[in-house]
Design a protein around this ligand. Structure first.
Ligand SMILES: [Zn+2]
Length: 188
């Protein structure tokens, strides 16, 4: 998702407007400015309050005129690796908060947004390397959502990863499997 944001292909109202898919480029959360990626993830009033309330310490401020692509490039170059994981988790939570408002008409509070980012951060702490399998008991969740993706590097290795969340996006479990012998992309 951060990759899509950095490539400027997240479907914000501004982007949909430029492509003729909506008549309103304005931010649906504050109604004050055009909804660019930088606006949703860095500059929108409540977004800024969430950044300031979060445990993330940044050397690159969020109240900036930089594009999101430039901002995230600075962050990746300047912040500690562990800090970058925090940043990515919060960005994900902010985008989910935005979508919950747009599609479900539900306000996600600052605390809930921070809790969501924190649940992903706890997962990152448990997985210092992507080269291992992680298994957690999922419990009796009836409505778990599974995100899955696979990758294949010809002649090198292939693998897949999946993340299970509850309906609110809180982390439940994940597994990452790398297969050095797997050479067929369809099998990945
Ligand atoms: Zn806004």
């Amino acid at each position: 998702m951060v990759w899509r944001a950095a490539k400027n292909i997240l479907p914000t109202n501004k982007r949909l407007y430029e492509r003729g898919l909506t008549i309103d480029p304005i931010c649906p959360q504050c109604g004050m400015e055009e909804e660019t990626i930088a606006h949703v993830l860095l500059q929108c009033e409540e977004t800024r309050r969430i950044w300031f309330a979060s445990p993330v310490t940044l050397h690159v401020p969020v109240d900036t005129d930089l594009s999101f692509t430039d901002w995230i490039s600075f962050v990746i170059n300047k912040e500690e690796k562990s800090g970058i994981a925090n940043v990515f988790n919060l960005i994900y939570a902010l985008w989910k908060k935005r979508n919950t408002w747009v599609f479900d008409k539900k306000r996600v509070s600052i605390d809930e947004t921070l809790r969501l980012a924190d649940s992903w951060q706890n997962f990152c702490k448990k997985t210092p390397s992507v080269m291992r399998v992680v298994e957690e008991p999922i419990g009796s969740s009836q409505n778990a959502i599974v995100f899955i993706d696979a990758a294949h590097k010809p002649g090198v290795r292939a693998g897949f990863g999946c993340v299970v969340t509850d309906q609110e996006g809180l982390f439940l479990a994940a597994a990452i499997v790398i297969e050095p012998e797997l050479m067929e992309p369809m099998l990945a």
